[in-house]
Design a protein around this ligand. Sequence first.
Ligand code: 5GP
Length: 343
Amino acid sequence: MTSCLLALRFIATPRLSAMPHIDNDVKLDFKDVLLRPKRSTLKSRSEVDLTRSFSFRNSKQTYIGVPIIAANMDTVGTFEMAKVLCKFSLFTAVHKHYSLDQWQEFASQNPDCLEVNYICLDVANGYSEHFVEFVKDVRKRFPQHTIMAGNVVTGEMVEELILSGADIIKVGIGPGSVCTTRKKTGVGYPQLSAVMECADAAHGLKGHIISDGGCSCPGDVAKAFGAGADFVMLGGMLAGHSESGGELIERDGKKYKLFYGMSSEMAMKKYAGGVAEYRASEGKTVEVPFKGDVEHTIRDILGGIRSTCTYVGAAKLKELSRRTTFIRVTQQVNPIFSDAHLT
Ligand code: 5GP
């Protein structure tokens, strides 16, 4: 009898392990939830403090500011953007394509805007062993710099990167406005759930995370903070402004700015002489209606988050995630006039 059972198990095991696994837990995006209002003693949104201070786990550096970051894309992370954002205590992750001369000129004219003790290590797939080794190496060479590393979407990889020396983990695979990774590869993770799970993993080790990509309106930024993000990185929401990079186009009396992913054919042609034969582009190019000065958009985003805080009774941004209850919804906004509005 016993030997018969053993034999059966022997046959069954290989078939079971070969079967793909389905995680049946529902994972959510920003669009799937709203924040539940809560009783509050706050009288006005002007009482809300959006400044946060952090002490980083590995670099031991401290940070004080409003934790929103312009993405390190050449259309968004420009010197012009940095000049405006630093007035609001926001970060700009300056893109990597400026020359040394351009850096020297910017640094000499804007010494107050510079934070040179941060390093952003950004790869499309933060899961490779090679990347983990690279993070360890950079940590060894720059023991006191604050290292941001990513992108990943799951807790175990957040932990591995923090233990390898990173301070702040970039979270997001596939949510970006000009990202085509999910279409090209089928890989991704709904951003709200990714942020909740990764924040939990990071905070358990006294690390921090950036919610990177997927925000389409100020409410999404508030949801990312509510889900536990320490920082939120924005690309598309900051595209199309005077300070953004990308060609300005005029057609039928209307102005547009080109905005493209850093793995798009457009970017790869510009910087790498084209798309390598073995790979597909994982980004696209869009024309964004010209939106004028970014200052207006920044005020709109910060005003929105302050208002979120008053709705849930958070006097400080720091309290937002503790005061957050998400409600699952099937509709966020009334769509009746969604295509036609003046301002
Ligand atoms: P957004 O705020 O526009 O939704 O997302 C910005 C983020 O999209 C960036 O910070 C970066 O992580 C990601 N991203 C930028 N360019 C590309 C690209 O070409 N392909 C992919 N997969 N992601 C991109």
